[in-house]
Every structure is written in structure tokens, then in C-alpha cells.
Write a protein that binds this ligand. Structure first.
Ligand code: NAY
Length: 288
């Protein structure tokens, strides 16, 4: 994982108007992001609507992405699922098609015990030769610091995607677990503090649509230019909070279309901004 740093979009998955995976749009989006100089891709995560897809669809999305990337930038495949059995299947597939690393949310919904979560990560990570990046995100249940330390002991677990707002723990993870434990800050609206506290990279939804703001922010924060990083975070946050108050993944996809990379539709129950009236309203509010 130490080779994968910088700004990684949590890649959107384009669907067509009938909600089928749209391979053509997926290829356009991947090229658009590589041209805009992102450092890697995080595929089939929450922004990628993974839990809206069947395992076969998730595999197909990853295959198309790998085929389009052609080794130009590293790819982290999110293989999280509730059952270890299914995650292992996705993980082995990810390795087979050439992904560079795995990531997974913890199993959710049933309120699994800490021991069960440890065994989930142990089993998935042992099933391939790829490094694992565990994923600390409120949507799936936060780990807590002691649990992060436990997970970091698992052979093959090399880092964490940290989407909790307790950013002081980013520094603590680096100090207590080790500087070489790779840390990706996952809350776009706090990218600057994530990097300032020591994150090696940032992974998030909004890097699909305004990557250059965060590429410059990442460089500025790494260089210690806090004034510049702060100004860029303010620009980013105006867009982030605008979208969060509406329908974020759909707004991100539509704003990519305005820039020449139509990222298609979301699956229901997410809505879309595709009819002329709601698109015009979105644009007008955006300008305002
Ligand atoms: C993923 O797996 O798609 C992500 O990395 C998602 C990261 C996002 N967090 C959540 C909870 O959705 O990018 C963030 C988020 O959209 C952003 O910080 C705005 O809150």
C-alpha cells in the first residue's frame, strides 16, 4: 500500500437510464480522471454504489476499470460484503484481474462482535497475496482506536481508510501503530486536516468531479502551505456542502457530465437530475 498515495477518487459507477451498468460511460470516466492526473482509483466502494449491485456486477465493473486503466495508475478494489465467503470470492477475483490492493468495510447489519470482525479481515486478507486497507466509516460502524490496533496486527493489513471525523486519531495511528501503516483520509470536507495530521493519501467521492482542487490541496498541505490548503478546502467545501444537501452521488455524476464525462444515472432509491427541470434547478442553485 505504501506505493499508493495522493488523491484517489472513490470511483462512481455509471448506470444507464434502465439502471444497467454502462461500460462505455465507465471507460469515459476512467480516462477523464486519469487525464486529470488523479493518483489512483478506489473501485466499487460506497460512492460506487457497491451495495446496489450483485457480486457479478461488481466483478464486471472492476474488470472494465482494470481494462481501461491498463496499469497507468494503481487500483484499490473494495470487496466488502456481509459474508466472508462472498468477500473472499470478490477478493480472489480482484487479484485475478490485477487490482493492486483490497479494501473492505467491516461486516455490518447484524452487529458483529469485534472477534468476528477480526476473523472477517483475517480470512479475506489471507485469501490473496494483496495488501488490505481496512475501512473505518460511520455507515458500516466505526472501529474505535483499540480495534484499529488489533486490525493492524493482522498479516497483510497494511493501512486504513479513515472516514471518521476524529482526526486526532490519525496522528495517534501513525505514532502508535507506525509511520509505515498507510493512512487515507476519507472525509473530503476535512482533507486538509487529514493530510496535516499525517495521511498518506485521500480517498473520496468529490475527487471524481473536482480532482484538481484536492490535488493542489494535497500538495499544499504536504508542503506545509496551510494558507493555500485552507483556501482550496473552502472552495471544495462550497461544492461538497451544496451537493450533500441534495443527492450527492447523483449531483457528482451530473456535474461530471457538464465537464465532458457523463457518469450516467444512479440506481434507485437514489434519484437523478436527468430531467431538464431538475437539472436547470441544480445549475441555478449551484451558480447562486
Ligand atoms: C467510498 O467508499 O466510496 C468512499 O470513499 C466514500 C467516502 C465518502 N464518505 C461517505 C460516508 O460517503 O467522500 C466521502 C464523503 O462523500 C464526503 O466526505 C462528503 O461527506
Amino acid at each position: 500500500l505504501s506505493q499508493i498515495t495522493g488523491v484517489l477518487p472513490a470511483l462512481v459507477t455509471p448506470f444507464d437510464e434502465n439502471e444497467a451498468f454502462d461500460e462505455g460511460r465507465m471507460r469515459t470516466v476512467v480516462d477523464f480522471l486519469i487525464r486529470r492526473k488523479v493518483d489512483g482509483l478506489y473501485v466499487t466502494g460506497s460512492t460506487g454504489e457497491a451495495f446496489m449491485m450483485s457480486p457479478e456486477e461488481r466483478k464486471r465493473v472492476l474488470e472494465v476499470v482494470m481494462d481501461e486503466v491498463k496499469g497507468r495508475i494503481p487500483v484499490i478494489a473494495h470487496v466488502g460484503a456481509i459474508s466472508t465467503h462472498l468477500s473472499i470470492d470478490l477478493a480472489r477475483h480482484a487479484e485475478k484481474v490485477g487490482a493492486d490492493a483490497l479494501s473492505s468495510v467491516p461486516p455490518f447489519y447484524w452487529g458483529f462482535s469485534q472477534d468476528q470482525i477480526v476473523s472477517y479481515y483475517t480470512d479475506i486478507t489471507a485469501s490473496t497475496g494483496l495488501p488490505m486497507c481496512v475501512y473505518n466509516v460511520p455507515l458500516a460502524g466505526l472501529f474505535g482506536f483499540d480495534m484499529i490496533k488489533r486490525l493492524a496486527q493482522i498479516k497483510g493489513v497494511e493501512g486504513i481508510k479513515y472516514t471518521a471525523s476524529t482526526h486526532h486519531d490519525i496522528m495517534r495511528i501513525k505514532t502508535e501503530i507506525g509511520q509505515d501503516f498507510v493512512l487515507y483520509s476519507g472525509a473530503d470536507e476535512m482533507a486538509m486536516s487529514g493530510v496535516a495530521f499525517g495521511a498518506d493519501g485521500i480517498i473520496g467521492s468529490f475527487y471524481n468531479t473536482i480532482p484538481e482542487v484536492f490535488i493542489d490541496l494535497f500538495a499544499a498541505a504536504k508542503a506545509g502551505d496551510i494558507e493555500k490548503a485552507r483556501a482550496l478546502q473552502e472552495v471544495g467545501n462550497a461544492i461538497i456542502f451544496f451537493a450533500l444537501a441534495r443527492n450527492p452521488i447523483a449531483a457528482i455524476k451530473r456535474s461530471m457530465a457538464w465537464q465532458g464525462a457523463d457518469a450516467g444515472y444512479c440506481r434507485k432509491p437514489f434519484g437523478n437530475f436527468y430531467d431538464a427541470a431538475s437539472e436547470e434547478k441544480l445549475k441555478a442553485e449551484f451558480r447562486a
